[in-house]
Design a protein around this ligand. Structure first.
Ligand SMILES: Cc1cc2nc3c(=O)[nH]c(=O)nc-3n(C[C@H](O)[C@H](O)[C@H](O)COP(=O)(O)O)c2cc1C
Ligand code: SF4
Length: 432
């Protein structure tokens, strides 16, 4: 018998329907009913409902969404903006693009409800430019929604106006950091801004702005229709609701698996058909490359915001990358670090210089030219990057290294031993 709880899909319930992305399919399957409901409530009532639901941001940090919305000022000195973070650039993270491809109207409906709740008349969806197919699909969905009266002027006769603009980014991981994203959206080079002021006070064009992840906003119509209590029945007390876990790597059936927050890797592996070819699990990330890795010891860690932290990592974006025993940890760590070095925006010294030196050392070690002292140097550099960088990219960059050495120091040592053996002088023949 399966140990996995029966899961009724919420966020992915339309994904397998024919032409799931079209407005016709969406409307047949409850689409835009939440919007009709929301427009009969006041913006304050919607913010309160989202607060009551316990929805937390799905972009990585898990910040309570209703609380974030309530930071938007009540006055109208300046326009208010909602910005959707659809940059999705972290290695392993691949849930938002499938969501937008399969069910773009759930995001659009969520955008209209959230914008109404925050009194925004403009909403921007910032998508990375590489995913042209996704941008086309979103543009099509926006046009369909507009033609049907769900967007534009006087939405469904409510007197409320909203325009949605789909913006193509140029594909930099740092542009997923919310303030760098805002700079990029304004046409500048994407680099993080000093906070405060936070976006709710001075965001896009220095006006009140809320930045939310795709999955966060796509969850909103279900909360409006199902109610806060219903939403809280899924997941855990502090991390309620359904979640899309993206499972990649050495499993039989990689893909997107929707499950309540708090589901364990053991349960997810069962859904994904187990380890590929039965080769045992070695290490895995709970939420992308910036989340400290776990090992086979962590199969039963509840993957919610609290459970992941208690076990020594973070939930991140629930991008579960699974690696079997054939993969070298120092090699994987080197590949991730090369990514962070490439994506470091260069604004602050610890991250810009640190990632450069970390790559130099890791490449040397993986090539078999490292020394035992290199391990200490790696940890020392990590210590100077973690908590000392301008934004969370720096913190994320050191996670694979520190956790890799924590659990697999022997493998790093073995590389150094190889080097020592290589350099050992051959014994002179006949010497005694
Ligand atoms: C380097 C970096 C990259 C990020 N990339 C993304 C991203 O692609 N998508 C996303 O939603 N959040 C990303 N974030 C988190 C955002 O800064 C922000 O917390 C999030 O968009 C807020 O939305 P939420 O409250 O709905 O989670 C990133 C953060 C950092 C530091
Ligand atoms: S931590 Fe890295 S990405 Fe963030 S501001 Fe500093 S250099 Fe840029």
């Amino acid at each position: 018998m399966s140990t996995v709880d029966p899961v009724t899909p919420v966020l992915t319930k339309r994904w397998l329907s024919p032409r799931s992305w079209s407005i016709q399919t969406y409307e047949q399957l409850e689409g835009y009913t939440a919007l009709r409901k929301a427009l009969t409530a006041t913006p304050e009532q919607i913010v309160q409902m989202v607060k009551d639901s316990g929805l937390r941001g799905r972009g990585g940090a898990g910040f309570p969404s209703g609380l974030k919305w309530s930071f938007m000022p009540p006055n109208f000195d300046k326009p208010h903006y909602l910005v959707i973070n659809a940059d999705e650039g972290e290695p392993g993270t691949c849930k938002d693009i499938p969501l937008m491809m399969a069910d773009p109207h759930s995001l659009i409906e969520g955008c209209v409800i959230a914008s109404y709740a925050m009194r925004a008349n403009y909403c921007f969806i910032y998508v990375r430019g590489e995913v042209l197919h996704c941008i086309r699909r979103l543009n099509q969905a926006v046009a369909e929604a507009k033609a049907a009266g769900y967007l534009g002027k006087d939405i469904l006769g409510s007197g409320y106006d909203l325009e949605i603009v789909v913006h193509a980014g140029a594909g930099a991981y740092i542009c997923g950091e919310e303030t760098a994203l805002l700079d990029s959206l304004e046409g500048r080079r994407g680099q993080p801004r000093l906070k405060p002021p936070f976006p709710a006070a001075a965001g896009l064009y220095a006006a009140p702005t809320t930045v939310n992840n795709v999955e966060t906003i796509a969850s909103v119509p279900y909360i409006i229709n199902g109610g806060a209590e219903w939403f809280r029945k899924m997941g855990t007390e502090k991390s309620p609701g359904p979640k899309i876990y993206s499972i990649s790597g050495h499993v039989e059936r990689p893909g997107q698996y929707e499950a309540p927050l708090g589901t364990t890797l053991r349960q997810l592996l069962e859904m994904a058909g187990g380890m590929k070819d039965g080769i045992p699990l070695k290490f895995w990330t709970p939420g992308g490359s910036s989340t400290p890795m776990f090992t086979a010891e962590h199969l039963d860690v509840p993957l919610d915001f609290e459970g992941a932290v208690e076990a020594g990592s973070i939930l991140g974006t629930t991008a579960v990358m699974v690696f079997n025993e054939t993969v070298s940890v120092p090699w994987a760590v080197m590949k991730w670090t090369q990514f962070y070095k490439h994506e470091s925006c260069g604004k602050c010294t610890p991250c810009r210089e640190g990632t450069y030196w970390l790559v130099q050392i890791l490449e040397r070690m993986v090539a078999g030219n490292g020394t035992e002292e290199d391990i200490d140097t790696l940890l020392d550099i990590c210590d100077n990057v973690l908590g000392r960088s301008f934004c969370a990219l720096g913190d994320g960059a050191v996670s694979p290294i520190t956790s890799g050495i924590q659990y697999f120091r022997d493998e790093f040592l073995a590389l150094c031993e190889k080097n020592r053996a290589k350099n050992r002088k051959p014994a002179l023949a006949g010497a005694n």
